[in-house]
Unconditional design. Structure first.
Lengths: 113, 456, 456, 456, 113, 113
């Protein structure tokens, strides 16, 4: 079991959700985030004072998947979320030792979905 | 100026003021004072309706466009007043050329004494233009909108006004529109239809054959707006009597109250019957529908007539909003076309049915009804054609719609450089992304202060 | 209609209107106009108080119930106006049967000329009912609430009104309640007590012997509501003079201003003394307490009396709110019972103490005081019993309270299918869970648009 | 009281009331009624301006200080009314000692019949003090602010008022300030400058040579406040006529409308030219600038003059706000100094230029202009010196500023123990940290209810 | 040291917090989240248009614990948060290499609480 | 590659961001959080009722870094975020298997920044 954490642009989320559904991934959890990286900063002006935005809005999509889906999932995320502009985000992959389904108490791969 | 002295005028009747210099002249001058006072109170109330419009339009749309809508409302009021002074009033109430257009009194020249009437009419004129701002919200360029406002206030609306209230051909015909179901509301709504037709829906509203929901961001503010509008409407209708007539005015106030109430009740019930839920924003629109409906006949129908007019307006509204939204695919975020257009037509026609003098149901036959239809048709035709031409002209240099990118990031940031809410703690500068999504966090972080000694 | 022509009436005094046809009849007709104008201005202001109530009640409760509260306020106003027209006015001001109940003029029949008075009274009547909506917020079924409103506006309140203002037995006795501390506010508050007793507290309010805090979601909106109420209250009190009496009206306005001010000051100070913090929402209630307090005696007490009445009202309020909340365990989210009930009683009794004519402190002896007590007791008794019976009846088919599940998810979603805020960016459809928790994110995600070419 | 009977006064003219007892006395008494009514309507409107101030100040500052600002506004109104009754009115309109200070009629003694005038002046007085609350927002101790309010309403402002409106030396000189550009607005703004000078900027505003942006949290609420202020301003200016003069009043209303409109237009355009963005909050300030500007000359200039005055006020404002903020480093969150100070001076001076009688541009020479300058200088000097002394005195025991820790956590929690928003779902108790950051989550969690049977 | 991430229904949070306290776990961090899984979607209606909610509100409770508490903690979470309805959520268990207490700089198990 | 998750006081965030930039870490993602630990609870009063805040606002700063920066990063976080008061927060260190840059699809250390 792998945990995939994708930091993406908020506006790509719905597309990603649909693409993931197509390959059978319907369990995921989403978090609001703010990111900072190489992306160019935005400028605004308020009452004559200019200001700069240092962080950009991002979304983290977190899903635990079977090892077998790993490659395909990464592929789908990159396809769905890449715009070619700096700021598209990152995917982090890490190991998960176990998963439990709270409703039933079952664990292991059958708990994933 | 020693106010204290002036004051004694009303306290001790020693009357040293110019106005009441000679007691023998007093009665006409007193009547002038009374009527003036009534019209001024009404002017204030109609002015305040702009706050109502602004709140309804802001509350019923997304937070990323709130500043933009507010600016549109303020500028509409401001441009409206100035342009109506310069041009509009002259076209509307100047000496008539064949009952079509007024031609004098621009800048109030040679009509200085009409000033009280002018200022009342000026706040009315801006109302007509502001109706459009709700329908075109969230996607129309500010500059294009302002140019449209200029055409409405300086030309399109005053012409209609001249026909009906300035002694023009519709007035001659006997067309009845006491406070403006047609003159103000239908004219505004027709302009709104044209603008929405040319603009198209907001991004994401109509796609793959689906009609998406883009709900407003602050309905309580919108509801306050409806209360303010209702409050101001008493001035709108009862001020149109232009004198403090002790029989007419209470009648107008009562028909206004009852029609709006009936609109609330019928839209609440009917939305419940239709959707199995009592739709809140449609019921708010229902109140406005009842108000628009009674505006034409407020001085000419009975209390029962008013109840009926409002009741039907509320039902019409519940049918009209989804029809316009889903069938006609006219994306009108605040329901302005249904409220001001459909209910405006209904209200005007209803005079032909319910007018105590001349109404079909009171034995008046069909002639008034026919005249009312004529008026409605003429106003729609005129407004549609001219505002279509005006918008095509305005669109020539660079179109009337913001770019998709600006629309996605919100007009607040793209047109005004900042955002409406919690810039210190929530939504600062939407950049190239969705509404307020993620901005809560982003901006609170962006604006955190360096730690202070006291708590570090 | 050629407005321009009509206008000249007030500009050039050429007076071609019907109203002022004959100058010899002018003085009575002028006085009619003046008084009518005053009462109409007051009507508008009292109407606007409904916006104030709506904002206070919305701001002081949770966001998941905001639409529901707004709907209750709009429907109260609407039903109130229609029912008062149909039934209430006749019971209140129709020909009296033994000083107990009026019996004519339903639908204003044979009282067409009372229309100005009617419309003023109609907006008053709705006020009484709307007091209840705050106390029962966040848990009462909309349908049950509306049925209760019907009984209040059509029956319970008009009876009380008949006793005091319609020439009924309390009026005969000499009971003084100029603008309605008892008639309007105490009647409303008593109905609220009954409803809260039968409903019980909101889920999570009282548990394991603890009294939990369920704070309002938007106090600035509530504060605006208080300002609107105060503003409208000038119409409520000064309009009750029913004529533009140049001595009485400024007196009423001044006592109203000073009493409310004293209520603000005393509640601010006293809450600071009691809780070591100047409680903001209690101070807002303190302003209203001062206003309710002066309402009965506004025309009968001195400016010093007004200051005293308001000052005591503010202190009473600070004691009453926690007492009702924590000791009596009556869960009243907006403090309606304390504001309208406790301060309403105080204000009515205070007339017996401070009335310049007849008050105990001005040498008037105990008789007026006794009469005031009688009135208070009678109104409480009547309202309590009848509204208890009415609610028991209303509860028969299916109870008056929403299910716990609906209450948890919020009445907005369960009764109206959507939510009040930021449906595009914050709180969309509460499902089976807590207030707005987590919905911010959920709904912003649910409603994200597909990416646009421009920024992809 | 049988309202029904009283009512007939205005319905059937059977006139059984005291006021109109003898028809022969009617005309003076009618004029009294009319003027009284006008002044009362204006009183209500000016009162309502406090709601506008409260909303502007709340919306333009951070959510963590919203309750505190609201409390300041309510207490200013309340203290203002009571103190003006006790002392202020006597100083302002009591018998003059050498044109410097009034000395009688404290508590309205021997001036009972002035009560209508008093109450109008009382709501004015509070306006002056409330201007300061915006400028000192987010950092001044509530107690210190209240003491400053006391000095303003009870002493500083009434003295200025006496000079100009109470028959004092400036009135004798011929100084023209019809409704108070100087008397009310400049006095308030000068007090604000002194307070801001002594307070310093908000934490994080000025640091390492940078000027940081601390934006307001709810601009739509602020915009509503501006609409309310504009609405109330009609009463402020037109009520200052003190009689329902059918020539003067419509003129005043029109100049007010046009000047404010011009202020909106010029600030919108000029901010666009200067910042490449149409700044929304500055345009809102622009409307207020136009209103403050016309206040002095509203009865003395032509419509064209009004347009010009408003237009210049809007531009001045756009220059003044960044200048005060960035150059003078006076941290004024709502722009009160620019709006009420700069535009107040401009408006007063402009009378010397545009007054139809005596203005430089109308051939009146320089004498009025010189007088206007004298008045401005005298008022600034007086207010500056005395409020400086007052504040130094107030600061003696423990300073006038909250601790940095309190400022960071927000004055709502530190002075009032709770917060303004969504305490059940968003921002509960700011502790030792940043604005609302993170509180959304925290408080929704803190206040989650135990699961209910129904959904578990 | 294990990191336990529990995705739960928001309304179960307070109960979980109390139960965890009882077994001595008083250090935890909570995040707002939105989830999507097998849970049935909710319907609403706005101005006559029906709409569907695709995501449900969730809360993530994250705690780093000593290995010895592992079993008991999982047990408590399942007990406190299971309602038997689809949508109760998941628990992810993963390894943590080290923990530091920012205040003192200490690390390892003594930094956990 | 290591994943560093720092739970800190919100008011320390800006300082941390600047300090991290100085050592060359400019990619990070931030989440809003609420924490509960040994920190003393705050008291408020509303309409005469006292209440207690059970959770405190926190921020989670998440960054994936090269192993070589590990020690230095921990040092910087502790320096920038320690106030000496209970409630300063924790740092969790864990292993990351792989990182992808969504924009380009590249992975491994060169995707980190
Ligand atoms: N090392 C990192 N650790 C955690 N998050 C990162 C890291 N680097 C980038 N991110 C996240 O990815 C987002 C995009 O990174 P950025 O460098 O702007 O563009 P790109 O990914 O296209 O190179 C950032 O806003 C941040 O949220
Ligand atoms: N594979 C997964 N990865 C991450 N989060 C998941 C995954 N599966 C489910 N979730 C989370 O758990 C929640 C509940 O899952 P769901 O399938 O609806 O019910 P249940 O857990 O009762 O089977 C989801 O809303 C989502 O937040
Ligand atoms: N075991 C843990 N697992 C996850 N988060 C924790 C844990 N212990 C503490 N935290 C987080 O760290 C924050 C600070 O912890 P606390 O015990 O209050 O102070 P300190 O870190 O100074 O000892 C908590 O609010 C919580 O967010």
């Amino acid at each position: 079991m792998k945990k995939i954490e994708a930091i993406i642009r908020p506006e790509q989320f719905q597309q990603l959700r649909i693409k993931l559904l197509e390959i059978g991934i319907d369990g995921l959890t989403v978090y609001e985030a703010a990111g900072c990286g190489k992306q160019r900063k935005k400028q605004g002006v308020f009452r004559g004072n200019p200001f700069e935005l240092q962080l950009e809005p991002k979304v983290k999509v977190e899903m635990v998947i079977r090892k077998s889906l790993y490659e395909q999932t990464i592929q789908v995320i990159i396809e769905a979320c890449s715009t070619g502009q700096v700021g598209d985000g990152k995917i982090f992959v890490s190991d998960v030792e176990d998963v439990y389904r709270i409703r039933t108490g079952e664990n292991g791969t059958q708990a994933i979905i | 100026m020693k106010k204290k002295i002036v004051l004694s005028a009303f306290l001790f009747s020693s009357l040293p003021t110019v106005t009441f210099a000679a007691e023998t002249e007093s009665i006409p001058s007193i009547i002038q004072s009374i009527d003036m006072m009534w019209v001024m109170v009404a002017t204030f109330l109609v002015f305040f309706m702009h706050a109502g419009f602004a709140m309804v339009e802001t509350g019923f749309t997304r937070s990323k466009n709130a500043l933009n809508i507010l600016m549109k409302n303020f500028l509409t009021m401001a441009l409206g007043a100035v342009l109506y002074f310069a041009i509009g009033y002259g076209i509307m109430f100047g000496d008539s050329i064949s009952g079509i257009i007024g031609s004098s009194h621009f800048f109030l020249l040679n009509a200085e004494s009409d000033i009280g009437f002018f200022v009342f009419q000026a706040v009315f004129a801006a109302t007509c233009a502001t109706i459009i701002s709700g329908a075109v919200a969230e996607r129309m360029k500010l500059s294009s909108y302002l140019l449209l406002t200029v055409s409405m206030v300086a030309f399109i609306y005053p012409i209609v006004g001249h026909w009906v209230w300035g002694g023009g051909w519709l007035a001659e015909l006997g067309f009845i529109d006491f406070a403006g179901s047609t003159v103000v509301h239908l004219t505004g709504a027709t302009g709104a239809i044209v603008a929405v037709l040319l603009l198209g829906g907001r991004l994401g509203k109509y796609g793959d054959g689906r009609v998406n929901v883009i709900p407003g961001h602050n309905i309580p503010l919108g509801a306050l707006g409806v209360f303010i509008l209702w409050f101001g409407w008493f001035g709108f209708n009862a001020g149109s009597s232009l004198s403090a007539d002790s029989e007419l005015v209470p009648m107008v106030v009562s028909t206004t109250l009852l029609s709006a109430s009936a609109g609330v009740i019928s839209s609440a019930i009917y939305s419940y019957m239709k959707f199995k839920q009592m739709d809140a924003t449609l019921t708010l629109n229902g109140a406005l529908g009842g108000l628009v409906g009674i505006t034409a006949g407020t001085a000419n129908v009975s209390l029962f007539g008013a109840l009926f007019i409002g009741f039907v307006a509320g039902i019409l509204l519940i049918e009209a909003v989804p029809f316009i939204d889903q069938k006609l695919k006219l994306d009108d975020p605040v329901g302005a076309i249904a409220v001001h257009g459909i209910c405006g037509i209904w209200g005007t026609i209803a005079v032909g049915l319910f007018a105590l003098e001349g109404g079909l149901f009171y034995g008046g036959g069909l002639s008034l009804l026919a005249i009312q239809f004529t008026g409605v048709a003429a106003v729609i035709l005129w407004t549609f054609v001219i505002s279509f031409m005006a918008l095509k002209l305005i669109a020539l240099p660079a179109g009337i719609r913001v770019t998709a990118e600006e629309e996605i990031q919100g007009l607040d940031f793209s047109e005004h450089g900042s955002t409406a809410y919690d810039t210190k703690g929530e939504s600062f500068g939407p950049a190239n992304s969705q509404p307020t999504f993620g901005y809560g966090l982003v901006n609170r972080l962006n604006s955190l202060e360096a730690p202070q000694k006291q708590n570090s």
